[in-house]
Design a protein around this ligand. Structure first.
Ligand SMILES: Cc1cc2ncn([C@H]3O[C@H](COP(=O)(O)O)[C@@H](O)[C@H]3O)c2cc1C
Ligand SMILES: O=C(O)c1cccnc1
Length: 341
């Protein structure tokens, strides 16, 4: 299955409608452009206000965490999975404020999560991933299983009525594989992309940068396909998230992207299925340099720039009111031609 482009006809109609609204030309700025994108991905003008927005958090641990790449220990990952399940995480508060559903999935958490709702572990691929600077994070078989998990989850969310999807992440150390995937995809050295993640100091930043460069050097002559790259430099949680994004684009359901992890997965989704990024909008600009560089590459301009670096899908959820606003203005504002001028 391939990705169809959003509707050019609906987009054109929306651009005409935007130009005719009872506002000065261009006065709605990016809100106007977002409304035109929404019309294209929905195939209708004016676009509907997306009421049913659904976020899925893909959780997993990473072997690199034992090598000093994060400011926090891996034990935070299972503790946060329980916190999402209890509705008490950062993204939970934002989602409750904006009527967004949140579902958390343990794809590769390095813990049994005893007693947790079995639905959380339905798609578990393995415990953690291998340290990607030393060896491939996953086997190709595991990567396919994770991609398929993401496909199934997207199908379930779409069947539940999702008009807009969000992918969130949870996993200590996950900015390392995300940065490695972006660096490999953009052909840039680790030093140009590596950020502080949860807030590492200068010494840890140097070690993290060197580790990512070691991973890039380890795979550079292997001529890897996109799926093999996910196996080598990613992780099961990132592969599942990538599968979810590919499936959304194939189904013609728009996605609002979050920070560096979601955007790394979006880059991989667009490599697996060229054109997938037409179905994505960028919710916010994270403080991670890799995220901004990857958004430029995808041709996406973030809606919010709040200095956030939380992940969990939080920046995307914070941008949901902006997306709804864009649909509302295109639908509800009078046309200049209707005014008695
Ligand atoms: C309490 C807590 C909650 C979080 N929620 C998301 N992250 C985010 O931070 C981590 C990535 O940063 P790094 O690569 O530096 O480890 C991931 O768990 C990501 O989801 C959190 C991190 C912590 C500590
Ligand atoms: O860009 C992000 O989403 C991000 C940044 C730091 C830590 N976790 C996530």
């Amino acid at each position: 299955m391939t990705v169809k482009p959003p509707s050019a006809a609906a987009q054109e109609e929306a651009a005409d409608r935007l130009a005719g609204l009872a506002t000065p030309a261009g006065a709605l700025g990016r809100l106007g452009e977002l409304g035109v994108w929404l019309a294209g991905v929905q195939g209708q003008c004016p676009p509907a206000v997306p009421e049913r927005v659904r976020a899925v958090i893909f959780a997993g641990d990473h072997g690199v965490t034992s090598y000093g790449v994060s400011a926090y220990p891996a034990a935070v990952t299972p503790a946060m999975v329980r916190t999402f399940a209890a509705g008490r995480a950062g993204v939970s508060a934002l989602a409750a404020a904006h009527g967004v559903t949140v579902r958390v999935l343990d794809i590769a958490v390095d813990d049994d999560l005893e007693g947790i709702d079995p639905d959380v572990q339905r798609f578990k691929v393995r415990r953690s991933s291998e340290p990607l600077h030393l060896r491939d994070a996953l086997t190709v078989e595991e990567t396919h299983r994770a991609l398929d998990a993401g496909t199934s989850v997207a199908a379930e969310e779409i069947a539940a009525g999702a008009q807009l999807l969000i992918s969130g992440d949870m996993g200590i150390g996950n900015t390392t594989p995300a940065t490695a995937l972006i660096a490999e995809s953009l052909g840039l050295p680790a030093a140009e992309l590596t950020g502080r993640g949860t807030g590492i100091d200068d010494e840890a930043l140097a070690a993290k940068t060197a580790l990512i460069q070691q991973a890039l050097d380890r795979v550079k002559d292997r001529g890897l396909s996109p799926v093999e790259t996910l196996a080598a430099l990613g992780g099961a949680d990132l592969a599942a998230s990538t599968g979810y994004l590919v499936a959304a684009a194939r189904a013609g359901v728009p996605v609002l992207l979050d920070g560096v992890i979601a955007v790394a997965c979006a880059v991989m989704a667009d490599r697996i299925e060229p054109g997938a990024a037409d179905w994505f909008a960028a919710g916010h600009r994270s403080t991670e340099p890799a995220q901004s560089l990857a958004l430029d590459k995808l041709g996406l301009v973030p809606l919010l720039d709040l200095g956030m670096r939380l992940g969990e899908g939080s920046g995307a959820v914070a941008a949901v009111p902006v997306v709804r606003s864009a649909a509302a203005v295109l639908r509800d504002v009078a046309l200049l031609s209707e005014l008695a001028i």
